[in-house]
Design a protein around this ligand. Structure first.
Ligand SMILES: [Mn+2]
Length: 433
């Protein structure tokens, strides 16, 4: 049986206000081809299906069209877990419909809330109907879902409680899966139960969407407000054969607590979600229940993202060179980092004019111009240069900057800030059932 591991699609994502729909459509086309070519029996989609909780209709359509096409292939299973970018309720809204597709067994786990072992431990059968693997489908675990509320706890205490909560959750499902595996083996494979050492036990795979310590991140993951740091590698049982991880966009393996190198795997996002990711290969992982080894399979991007840096003159020379390279179906997107020494006014306009004059427009498009660490979208000038993302703030900072904008009296300002703190504190103390 072959299981395909993919994550971090971020359908509906935009880069400098540009849609990625065409690139995602090309990826999904290649994914379906791969399902046929490599006889894929199951797909594990490990979180961040969508880029946000309210994806565009175009993004949703892409996903549902993909499901319709997948149901026409020999692939028998699709397991979808929620990531930190997904809205669990949005993902699960269509669960009833999806889980009733006749030709494809779809399981959607947006969040762990309200789920039982029956939901999270998923047996996968091969084409002859035999049980070939167990998947423990753990979605992104939100802090409040796995730890008890801590009044006025320090950041470190909260982190410890969060890690302990994840560990307990993993241990709970581990014990249940082992129990289930023993039962199944005794009933259906009595020869294996009678300790035939040449027959390895039915493999156990698990999904997760989190940041494991020791892994490398890239610019586009954007931790949501309030998310804590990295999780130690030993939270999972050493008996699990493969950890299909999502969250980090750069493909990588992380050495586990026993020193094994191919067991904890981030397959990475299938397309480069921003310029920082473009030098890294993009693809999916195939895990074979016989070989029990992961294999990374590249996905060919229909567009390149290129970062250029230097003075205006140097960048123009690099553009001339890019124009001589073989072309891809979609035109190249450019990020320009203008060196601080170059004092050209309105560099985006100058470069756009250059692209136009040299008739490079059909080959490439300027998306971002950066200078002195400032960020400005191509076509906009210095007024936007110091704009920052909401993701750089916590809720209190956002609220406070609103108060500053309103230029309130000091006492009123302080009163509102105190009220805000109180509301936040009360929210912390609400028990989540
Ligand atoms: Mn992601």
């Amino acid at each position: 049986m072959r299981i395909l591991h993919t994550s971090d699609w971020h359908l509906g994502q935009t880069l400098a206000q540009q849609s990625r729909i065409e690139e995602h459509a090309e990826f999904l086309k290649q994914l379906l081809e791969l399902v046929h070519q490599r006889d894929i029996d199951a797909i594990l989609l490990c979180g961040d299906v969508y880029d946000n909780g309210t994806p565009s209709t175009a993004a949703q359509r892409l996903f549902f069209d993909f499901l319709a096409q997948l149901s026409q292939t020999p692939c028998r299973h699709l397991v979808v877990i929620g990531g930190n970018h997904d809205s669990p309720s949005m993902l699960e809204a269509t669960r009833g419909v999806l889980e009733n597709i006749q030709s494809l067994s779809v399981r959607v786990i947006g969040s762990i809330q309200g789920k039982t072992a029956r939901d999270l431990i998923i047996p996968l059968s091969n084409r002859t109907g035999q049980l070939a693997a167990f998947v423990i489908a753990l979605p992104f675990l939100r802090e409040q879902e796995v730890r008890s509320m801590l009044r006025g706890a320090s950041c470190d205490d909260r982190m410890l409680a969060y890690v302990a909560g994840i560990r307990t959750t993993c241990e709970k499902y581990h014990a249940k899966t082992i129990h289930l595996r023993n039962l199944v083996t005794r009933w259906f494979h009595p020869e294996a139960a009678h300790s035939d050492p040449t027959t390895p036990p039915i493999p156990i795979l698990a999904t997760s969407h989190l940041f494991v310590s020791g892994a490398l991140s890239s610019d586009s993951e954007h931790e949501p407000i309030g998310t804590l740091g990295a999780i130690p590698v030993d939270i999972w049982s050493s008996e699990w054969d493969y950890l299909a991880l999502g969250h980090l966009h750069r493909r990588q393996t992380v050495t586990d607590a026993q020193g094994r190198k191919n067991r904890l795997y981030y397959c990475g996002s299938p397309i480069s979600l921003d310029f920082s990711e473009s030098p890294h290969p993009k693809g999916v992982v195939i895990w074979d229940t016989q070989a029990r080894q992961p294999e990374f399979v590249k996905i060919a991007a229909p567009r390149e993202l290129t970062t250029l840096s230097g003075t205006l003159e140097e960048i123009q020379r690099q553009l001339d060179h890019l124009a001589t390279l073989p072309t891809l179906p979609l035109r190249r997107w450019l990020e320009v980092r203008l060196s601080a020494a170059d004092l050209t006014m309105e560099p985006a306009e100058t470069l756009n004019q250059y692209l136009h004059d040299q008739q490079y427009d059909s080959l490439m498009e300027l998306l971002v111009v950066k200078r002195d660490g400032a960020d400005t979208t191509a076509g906009f000038t210095s007024a936007d240069a110091d704009s920052v993302s909401l993701r750089d703030f916590d809720p209190r900072t956002v609220f406070e900057s609103l108060l500053v904008q309103r230029a309130l009296e000091t006492s009123q300002h302080q009163q509102l800030l105190d009220d805000f703190d109180q509301v936040m504190q009360e929210m912390e103390q609400i028990e989540i059932k």
